[in-house]
Design a protein around this ligand. Structure first.
Ligand code: NAD
Length: 456
């Protein structure tokens, strides 16, 4: 039976361990964080990710999945070792490879002798990291410990990590050695996705280019939103009209305050850094980062205008996580927005369905509330920052009644401006200024009938 070791028990490592345990492999997860390992061994999932806790509980109980801090225990038994440690932004914008270096060294020292182990780089690593891991593992490996390194970037989205991993769009493998590529491809056969096999550098680049493209699409529509607002068009309807073009597609065309999270910001930055190091001039990537940074500042300036100066006012923040269905606050727009508001002298009351525990230590001075209603009560404005589903179903008439001033800044265009205005709110979305544009008829006309929604 194939044994798999997964190094790093974060979003990617836990998802990887869980899905391979689900397909029948024996998996050992390794992490340097002893407290995290203890929680995992007790069947307690340390992160909020839909469906993950259930899979972990099931497979820890079945014995197919366990966790340790001990590399020797995990690596010496494994035929395949996944590296899933973090690669955060370094001080100059490039990826900080400290954890990868440590992991690769430790793997090398514990490789089994007399057979071959395949090491799989699943963390997002700069182009050329396959060679680096090859060297570092080789330096520590005992004579007779054979190995090959395969690049296998991960494309999961936080908030739907388990579903994404069980139903991937594609699997990308970069390998110099066809047998090693075949061994990893075999693991992924049950998921039925196309498997693209290429060289390691190209595989590494596919990951960065994919994230940079998605980030660019978001920055593009956010820039268009600013122009819409200035010229009196509605960006939501512009995006709907664009997205119906199959060459463009509707995804990642939702205007808002911009992207955050542990991947897009650092990966775009790292790609720009690598490009500059190679004497290229990545103008588009720099523009994407600038537009994204501006989105947060513009939102605070807009709030400031809406309440005639935020100093001394109470602002309710709905949503802290960088996106819905996660508790991840890394590079979350809410963190910058709240810090900016506090610096301007505002009082901030916040609520998030999942990220409050992590936010408490990160955002001193904020009053954390039990729900969206409590946050809004007595506030001079509500700022919707993360588009959690539960915010869609709120009784907004009740919210308006409880506020000192009924001002709502919708950073994700979650609400219908006309409905909110009808309820008595002063409403501002992103790129939806309707001074010049007011829809009195349904958006779609088909076959002589009117539809308010796009047909399937
Ligand atoms: P994470 O920070 O959630 O988890 C990383 C884990 O690695 C932590 O638990 C940490 O304690 C552990 N670790 C650090 N050094 C270690 C070592 N030497 N040995 C063993 N464990 C060690 O990170 P993540 O979000 O899971 O991301 C991991 C990688 O995958 C990154 O390169 C990231 O860019 C990439 N990625 C992340 C996502 C995502 O949505 N989170 C998606 C695709 C790719």
């Amino acid at each position: 039976m194939t044994n798999i070791a997964v190094i790093g028990s974060g979003y990617v490592g836990l998802g990887t361990g869980a899905i391979f345990a689900e397909t029948g492999y024996r998996v050992i997860g390794v992490d340097v964080d002893a407290a995290k390992v203890a929680r995992l061994q007790g069947g307690d999932c340390p992160i909020f990710e839909p469906g993950l806790a259930e899979l972990l509980t099931r497979h820890v109980a079945s014995g197919r999945l366990r966790f340790t801090t001990d590399y020797a225990d995990a690596v010496s038994q494994a035929q395949i070792v996944f590296i899933c440690v973090g690669t955060p932004a370094g001080p100059h914008g490039g990826a900080d490879m400290r954890h990868v270096r440590e992991a690769a060294g430790a793997i090398g020292r514990h490789l089994a002798v007399g057979r071959r182990t395949v090491i799989v780089n699943k963390s997002t690593m700069p182009i050329g990291s396959g060679d680096l891991v090859d060297t570092l593992v080789g330096q520590g490996a005992a004579p007779g410990a054979h190995f090959a390194v395969v690049s296998n970037p991960e494309f999961l989205r936080e908030g739907s990590a388990v579903a994404d991993m069980l139903h991937p769009d594609r699997i990308v493998l970069g390998a110099a050695d066809p047998e090693a590529a075949a061994a990893v491809a075999a693991l992924y056969q049950p998921f039925g996705a196309p498997i693209l096999v290429t060289d390691r550098r190209t595989a590494e680049m596919i990951k960065y280019a994919s994230n940079a493209f998605l980030a660019t699409k978001i920055a593009f529509i956010n820039e268009v939103a600013q122009v819409c607002e200035a010229l009196g068009a509605d960006v939501e309807e512009v995006a709907t009209g664009m997205g119906l073009d199959k060459r463009i597609g509707p995804q990642f065309l939702h205007a808002g305050i911009g992207f955050g999270g542990s991947c897009f910001p650092k990966d775009v930055q790292a790609l720009a850094f690598m490009a500059a190091e190679a004497n290229c001039h990545p103008q588009l990537l720099h523009a994407v980062l600038d537009i994204n940074r501006d989105g947060r500042r513009t939102f605070v300036r807009q709030l400031d205008r809406l309440v005639e100066g935020v100093a001394g006012r109470t602002i309710a923040i709905w949503g802290l996580a960088f996106k819905p269905n996660t508790d991840d606050l890394r590079e979350a727009p809410a963190v910058d927005i709240i810090r900016d508001l506090l610096a301007r002298g505002a009082r901030v009351r916040a609520y998030d369905p999942a990220a409050m525990a992590a936010a408490r230590s990160l955002l001193p001075g904020v009053v954390f509330c039990a729900d969206a209603y409590e946050a809004a009560a007595g506030a001079d404005a509500v700022a919707l920052v993360t588009e959690w589903n539960e915010f869609k179903g709120l009784d907004l008439a009740r919210v308006r009644e409880s506020m000192r001033r009924p001002v709502l800044a919708d950073g994700r265009n979650l609400y219908d401006p006309q409905e909110l205005r009808a309820l008595g709110f002063t409403y501002r979305g992103i790129g939806r200024d309707r001074r010049h544009h007011r829809r009195e008829q349904p958006l779609f006309w088909q076959h002589g009938r009117q539809h308010s929604e796009a047909a399937d």
